[in-house]
Design a protein around this ligand. Structure first.
Ligand code: ZN
Length: 114
């Protein structure tokens, strides 16, 4: 049986398989069912998705503290963009995003604090 680390490294895992449904629900609840980037309320018609704060492409993990709630639009447009670059590109105030991520994951994002 694969360890959790190996399990999460498997290629082709979709975002719906990132973590157990209970963990997914906990992350959405922790983030108050709002997209951490644009603050839109998610759930119902606007499906909630999980987004990696530090993108997987640059070594971000699938751990609880690297996953935040995102609306499908932000998740799609962000892709592998670092948080600060995404905030700048879409006119989101980086410090505000940093505070929301801090509140969500309980750890500061050094790259947003600059
Ligand atoms: Zn959003």
């Amino acid at each position: 049986m694969a360890t959790r680390k190996e399990h999460n490294k498997r290629p082709g895992r979709s975002s719906s398989q990132l973590c157990r449904p209970t963990t997914r629900a906990r992350i959405y609840a922790r983030d108050k069912h709002r997209c951490v980037w644009c603050q839109r309320k998610v759930g119902g018609a606007l499906r909630a998705t999980l987004d990696h704060v530090i993108p997987r492409a640059v070594g971000g993990s699938n751990r609880y503290w690297n996953l935040v709630t995102a609306c499908p639009g932000c998740n799609f447009f962000r892709r592998h963009t670092p948080p600060a670059d995404f905030a700048a590109r879409f006119g989101i105030e980086a410090p505000a995003v940093a505070l929301r991520v801090l509140a969500a994951v309980g750890a500061p994002l050094p790259e947003l604090a600059r």
